[in-house]
Design a protein around this ligand. Structure first.
Ligand SMILES: Nc1ncnc2c1ncn2[C@@H]1O[C@H](COP(=O)(O)OP(=O)(O)OP(=O)(O)O)[C@@H](O)[C@H]1O
Ligand SMILES: [Mg+2]
Length: 275
């Protein structure tokens, strides 16, 4: 059967969209897993301190138990809010999005996991303007970058999440920097390819290994008229920078597909530590 170039291009587009759907489901699955796990931890805390309060009648122990139960309850509320935030953002439409809210909502779900892997998370948030984006997709990007960063630091380390507004270009930068394994220059070229992975499969928390994460990130940022850039030094760490158009005027421009490109520095040695 003969296919025209146009037909083949259409088919490629259909397959590409399926791939993106698959990554979205995988991300969502990971998130549900993490949330359930987190919620369970909170419940265990509440149950254990309630038991302690029942067993020990003295005031000091009971005060402590109540304080712990209260803190756990507040954490549970934060987790629910974060999940509700995701549900609210479910309409897959461009809207004004506050990146820093998305960062907080995402980290509520990941902070325990980061603690478990001995990763200290540092924030450098600049109070940036809103961006024109599909909130859930940006959260999907952020989750992928954060999980990759965590997986690059097998024996713990530092993770920095930074936002910055570049007035000149009108773009908001979101940087996820880790001090992990880094990426060798020959591999750096392939990381955005579909199915490229150096992981043997999902880790013990059920995350990673399909090689679709960064591919999806690139596609999503592309459809937002943004840019994604990576700077990495083997043995030192990696920084991913995402640039998204800020909403600065009353009528923000719609995303432009052709305003997009991806920068992979040739000399990765110089890339790290620049920003
Ligand atoms: N922060 C990082 N530090 C070091 N290597 C990284 C980092 N992020 C990505 N990589 C490399 O890029 C590869 C591709 O990443 P990508 O997120 O697309 O796939 P994955 O993490 O292997 O699987 P998944 O699709 O489940 O996320 C990884 O396998 C890893 O080798
Ligand atoms: Mg990944």
């Amino acid at each position: 059967m003969q296919h025209s170039v146009e037909q083949l291009e259409q088919q490629i587009q259909v397959l590409e969209n399926r791939l993106l759907d698959a990554q979205k489901s995988a991300s969502l699955g990971e998130l549900v897993g993490t949330t359930t796990h987190e919620f369970n931890n909170v419940l265990m805390t509440i149950i254990n301190y309630a038991k302690m309060g029942v067993r020990h009648k003295d005031e000091a122990t009971r005060d402590k138990a109540f304080a712990k139960i209260m803190a756990a309850g507040e954490r549970a509320a934060k987790i629910t809010n974060s999940v509700l935030g995701m549900a609210r953002n479910r309409n897959e439409e461009f809207d004004k999005v506050n990146l820093e809210n998305i960062i907080h909502e995402t980290m509520v779900l990941l902070e325990r996991e980061m603690q478990k892997y001995q990763i200290s998370v540092e924030y450098d948030l600049a109070g940036v303007p809103a961006v024109r984006a599909i909130g859930n997709q940006i959260q999907q990007v952020l989750l992928n970058l954060l999980i990759n960063a965590r997986q690059a630091m097998q024996s713990g380390g530092r993770l920095i999440i930074r936002t910055k507004f570049d007035r000149q270009s009108g773009m908001v930068d979101l940087v996820v920097r880790d001090y992990g394994s880094g990426i060798e220059p020959d591999k750096l070229r392939k990381i955005f390819d579909a199915y490229y992975s150096t992981k043997s499969g999902p880790d013990e928390s059920g995350k990673g290994g399909t090689g679709l994460g960064l591919h999806a990130c690139h596609k999503i940022i592309q459809s937002h008229g943004g840019k994604i850039r990576v700077d990495s030094t083997p043995g030192k760490g990696t920084a991913f920078t995402i640039k998204l158009p800020a909403v600065t005027t009353a009528e923000p421009p719609l995303p432009q597909m052709d305003a997009t490109h991806m920068t992979i520095p040739q000399n990765t040695q110089n890339g790290f530590g620049a920003s």
